[in-house]
Ligand binder design. Sequence first.
Ligand code: IPM
Ligand code: MG
Length: 360
Amino acid sequence: MSQQILLLPGDGIGPEVIREAQKVLTKVISRFNLDIQMGSALLGGAAIDAEGVPLPESTMQKAKAADAILLGAVGGPKWDEVDRAIRPEKGLLGLRSGLQLFANLRPAVTFSQLADASSLKKELVAGLDILIVRELTGGIYFGEPRGIRVLENGERQGYNTYVYSESEIERIGRVAFEAAQSRGGRLCSVDKANVLEVTVLWREVMDRLAAEYPDVELSHMYVNNAAMQLIRAPKQFDVMVTGNMFGDILSDAAAMLTGSIGMLPSASMDINGKGMYEPCHGSAPDIAGQNKANPLAAILSAAMMMRYSLGLEEIACTIEKAVEQALDDGYRTVDIYTQGHQQVNTIEMGDAVTRIVATI
Ligand code: IPM
Ligand code: MG
């Protein structure tokens, strides 16, 4: 039976970058004669506009039936005023939790061609290759109770709950230890154990797991220090594991080390390796519809999808090589442009990768 990919273009620059990734996928599917079918569905603001909710039941059904999902981005100022319960982001969070995609892998790799596009000194980022493992279906993003309430004195108070159960910590910990085993053998667990009890437990569980992975060297770091170290000396890290909110923040910081958040793919997996793949950059409403966005994070997300959910390692490598080749050939979208290169738009970058993928 053919494998099914579900495309969820979403909002903002999502549809623009997914269109380019789809072009590359269509090319590899025909060139390598792969038995893969692609369909699409609405998510986020696009779904609110069409159906009144950010995650329609039909999208959820298609997502459950698919072997893998490639998502663009959700959200934008157009939906800022809608009821909080149906904001576009709820669609994404609902999909992550509904499919139990608890393990978010965010590799921050600095392509040698782009070392001078980073806002950090070249020697700090050249050769960077770190993996952030972010817990994605728990923590303060999902904890109950939550809301905005009115106190007795009439003042309003916002509140959220930061919770992690031992089994949730252990589950993401194992993913991170195994990732470290297959890479440089070093794992840094990021917490705030000097203040937050939930992360005291986090640290305890990581320490307990370490005994089962003697080939991995585990260290711990407070999140504030980790933010500083990422900017000060990022190459000290191999794999980092952390909770949902800290991972959201640190992965944006790590993205900038690579030159642009427009280069960062991600994978969100369930316990069986089924996954949803998305660029880390979000919907970037300020440049949406202008054919300016960098489609490489979406294209690299498609490569990760081939590798992790469809078992097509060689195809993944082919797509990644094509991206490298496009950079070698000097193509740069505006976010990664440096002097001496050829500035291209979203479609031209997608065309370049599609052309190269047909020949290598
Ligand atoms: C991300 C995004 C999302 C998150 C938003 C859009 C809800 O920032 O994927 O990192 O915070 O998880
Ligand atoms: Mg984020």
